[in-house]
Structures are given as C-alpha cells and as structure tokens.
Design a protein around this ligand. Structure first.
Ligand SMILES: Nc1ncnc2c1ncn2[C@@H]1O[C@H](COP(=O)(O)OP(=O)(O)OP(=O)(O)O)[C@@H](O)[C@H]1O
Length: 275
C-alpha cells in the first residue's frame, strides 16, 4: 500500500506564499493523479476561503472541532469535517475558533501531538497531506511539525530571511530531537520573485550560495503575478484559473520536483529495508 506523505508548509513570517503554495501544490499533485488532503492550520482560514468557502465561521466542523475531539479522546468518524473541492482536493477547513486552540493546548497532555493523532485517524487513502501553517512558532506550528514527515519553507525573494530561517531551522531541529525524529526539511521554495529587479536576483543568489549546501532549494522559483492572487479570489487553483500563466508553470514544475523527491526517498527506504 502506498505511504501517505505529510508535508507542513511553514514559515513564521506572514505573507510569504504558504497558503498559495499549499493550494497550488495540492492541485498540482491532484493533476498528477495523487489523492490529496489539505489542512488549514491557520486560524485566519485563508486556505479555506481561497478554496471558495467564503464564510468559514459558518462551517459546522473545522480543524478545531476535530482537535477538540482528539483531546476528549472521542474517535473521529470517517471523513468527519472533511470538505471536497471540485478540483479534487479534500480540505480540513479552519476558522477563528482555531485561535482558541493555542491556549487549550497549553493545558493538554501530549499537547504537541494532537494534530498528529487527528491526521493519523483521517489520512488513510491519501497520498499527500499538505498542512498550511500559521505565521508564528506557537503550539499550532509545533503540532504541524510533529504531524509532518517533512517541512517546506516558502521564502519571499526580495527579503533575505537569514534570521527567521535560522530560528525556524532551530525549531525544526528541536521538534526532530524531542518529538518527531522522522522530520526532515523537504526544501526551501523561493516565492514572489519579481524577475525584473536586481534585488530579487541578488537575494536568490545569496540564498542559494548561503544555504544551498545545507538545504534543498528548489530549482522552481515562483514569480510575482497578479493571476496568483486572482485565482484565490475565485476559489480556484492557478491551473484552473489560468493554466497558461507563469505561476501555473511554476507550480507545475514544483509539483514535479516534489514527486521526484518522493520517488527518490521511497526508493532509498526500500533499498534500506532490503539490505
Ligand atoms: N506568486 C504570487 N504572485 C502574486 N501574489 C501572490 C503570489 N503568491 C501569493 N500572492 C499573494 O500574496 C499574499 C500572501 O500570500 P499567501 O496568503 O499565500 O501567504 P501566507 O504566507 O500564507 O500568508 P499568512 O502568513 O498571512 O498566512 C496573498 O494576497 C496572495 O494572494
């Protein structure tokens, strides 16, 4: 049976393209025949609205409901709280209720693993679960890292994220040591690239030179283009909104890189088991 891979898309800095990447990578994977569950782990509910659920506060069940059940040790029903998007992705939505979860988790036993347990109960039947993280390094982000096999870090091209990256990588390593030994860094994705400016080119160069030895930095760079923002206002992926756009080409190419890495990792695991 094929294994499900859980990727947390995380950066404590806001507005770097986490939600846009979760949605479009998810759609890209569906386009390649994969079964995909997206998880909105940000109380702003941006992924939920970007997929067309415009009033997330009216949804009867969200990630917060499922996590609450896990805390109460109530088993989740099959497909409970999971929405289905017409393009083929499934979604566990979020709304502002999730912000209360940060506080609830403080006093819960095994508080780092609530999301992980939640996903354990629902992820059967999916090839990929993509978690859209929130812009902080609080308990919900720790839960995302604890639930994930790997972390994808979108960074904005015109801002050298040295300090934030160091802090994030330190957090990932801490989670790896203490809670989730299988956690790895999937890769760093450069987003919002303004190809016309030297600043963007220079930042990308510094990033590749400074971190390229330690971390995978995807060949794909996502350009700035208005179609990326327009697609989300229509509740669609970029492939459905404008498949000929530069952003669609970029997310198509990212999808291929992710699939190729997945194949390689699977091959390495099989080889290690056979030895
Ligand atoms: N390639 C792009 N070109 C133009 N605009 C983009 C692109 N990618 C994302 N955006 C826009 O930039 C804004 C921030 O993107 P997004 O919501 O994906 O970032 P985020 O990291 O998830 O933000 P937050 O941390 O607030 O959740 C959004 O308005 C989005 O539509």
């Amino acid at each position: 049976m094929p294994q499900c891979k859980v990727i947390a898309i995380v950066n404590q800095k806001g507005g770097v393209g986490k939600t846009t990447t979760t949605l479009n990578l998810g759609a890209g994977l569906v386009g390649q025949g994969k079964r995909v569950l997206l998880v909105d782990a940000d109380p702003q509910g941006d992924l939920t609205t970007a997929l067309g659920w415009r009033e997330p506060e009216r949804l009867p069940a969200t990630l917060s409901t499922l996590m609450e059940k896990v805390i109460q040790e109530v088993p989740l029903q099959e497909k409970e709280g999971i929405l289905h998007h017409e393009e083929g992705m499934d979604l566990i939505p979020a709304n502002l209720e999730l912000s209360g979860m940060e506080l609830t988790l403080v006093s819960v036993m095994n508080r780092e693993n609530v999301l992980r347990e939640c996903l354990r109960q629902v992820k059967d039947g999916y090839d990929y679960v993509l978690i859209d993280g929130m812009p902080s390094l609080g308990m919900l982000t720790i839960n995302s890292l604890a639930a994930a096999d790997s972390v994808m870090i979108p960074v904005q091209a015109h801002y050298l994220p040295a300090k934030a990256m160091t802090q994030l990588i330190r957090t990932v390593n801490k989670v790896k040591r203490g809670i989730n030994p299988r956690l790895s860094i999937e890769g760093v994705l450069v987003t919002l690239v303004d190809v016309r400016t030297n600043l963007a080119k220079e930042t990308v160069k510094v990033l590749r030179e400074g971190y390229g030895d330690m971390l995978k930095i995807y060949q794909t760079e996502v350009p700035i283009a208005v179609s990326a923002a327009e697609a989300t206002t229509e509740g669609k992926s970029i492939f459905s909104y404008n498949k000929d756009s530069t952003v669609a080409a970029a997310y198509g190419s990212l999808t291929k890189e992710v699939l190729k890495d997945g194949e390689r990792q699977r091959h390495q695991t099989h080889t290690a088991i056979e030895r």
